[in-house]
Write a protein that binds this ligand. Structure first.
Ligand code: FE
Ligand code: FE
Ligand code: ZN
Length: 286
């Protein structure tokens, strides 16, 4: 069994997200640690955080996957942007201590013309500065679509970052199905081959979470446009094989599909239906 949930808004607080996910039928979720366009992060209400932690435990949730800001670029060329990104990482990891034992994923960064090697070195440098032994969070590098100068569009680049990080036990990877497909990894016709390649280069023990999305574009398009499950180029049969793959059981799967609440409720039921091996039950829930 995998854990399934979707990205939620934190606007009503932390316990409210747990309650929303129970209502949606899921048992994990993601949220942005701060406004995705950046800015100062709101302090976390300790009582609200404790209430969420109690609810997660009581309801048997899988690990949560908080998402770093899109504006956090740990390999920016502009010194101020770089410093801001490093501050965001440090602050986000401090704030994550309110939710011990969960994941924090982020986009490794864009090297903006400095080259992949420089990008990799700068990202690893930031991680080495803020991944401390005291941390109760595992930090996840997200697999990227390889758009523009993004770092992390290949498993090799992710491995190069991991190689340079001292506290590897605090570091893992979030496998985004839309991104890996757009990056050119054929998870439709050769899922086992792609996972074997991941295992060779990074190790499947480092694959901690999945962003579960269909893609609007064909293999290798480098576009990064998510689609609803089954309506894109990856398709339902391949997505089902991913959700049921033995190597991915027990992991949190986060939907980042273009949906409103009703669409997420439907997709969560759809995935749970695959797990139950009873697709008729999904039709009735839909
Ligand atoms: Fe992401
Ligand atoms: Fe993602
Ligand atoms: Zn994306």
């Amino acid at each position: 069994m995998i854990h399934i949930g979707c990205h939620l808004s934190v606007s009503d607080g932390y316990k409210a997200m747990g309650e929303t996910m129970l209502r949606f039928g899921g048992d994990t979720f993601a949220w942005f640690m701060r406004n995705p366009r950046g800015g100062k992060a709101k302090p976390i209400d300790a009582a609200d955080a404790a209430a969420l932690n109690a609810l997660l435990k009581k309801e048997g949730f899988g690990a949560l996957v908080a998402h770093g800001s899109y504006t956090m670029n740990l390999c920016a060329a502009n010194p101020q942007t770089l410093a801001n990104g490093r501050d965001m990482l440090r602050e986000d990891l401090e704030r994550m201590e309110a939710f011990p034992g969960n994941f924090y994923n982020f986009h490794p960064g864009s090297h903006v013309g400095q080259g992949t090697e420089t990008g990799v070195a700068l990202i690893a440098d930031a991680l080495n500065a803020y991944l401390t032994p005291e941390l109760h969070t595992t930090v996840l590098l997200e697999t990227m679509a390889g758009k523009g100068s993004e770092v992390g569009g290949t498993f090799e680049e992710l491995r190069e970052i991991i190689d340079r990080v001292t506290r590897k036990e605090k570091l893992g990877v979030c496998f985004d199905t839309c991104h890996v497909w757009d990056a050119g990894y054929d998870i439709v016709n050769d899922l086992d081959g792609v996972l074997a390649r991941f295992d060779d280069l990074i190790g499947l023990d480092k694959l901690c979470a999945v962003h579960f999305n269909d893609s609007k574009n064909p293999l290798g398009s480098h576009k990064d446009r998510h689609e609803k499950l089954g309506l894109g180029c990856i398709g339902e049969a391949a997505l089902k094989r991913i959700a049921l793959h033995p190597a991915l059981q027990g992991k949190p799967f986060i939907l980042e599909t273009p949906n409103e609440d009703e669409g997420y409720i439907k997709e969560i039921a759809q995935v749970k239906g695959w797990m139950m091996g009873n697709e008729e039950c999904v039709m009735r829930n839909a």
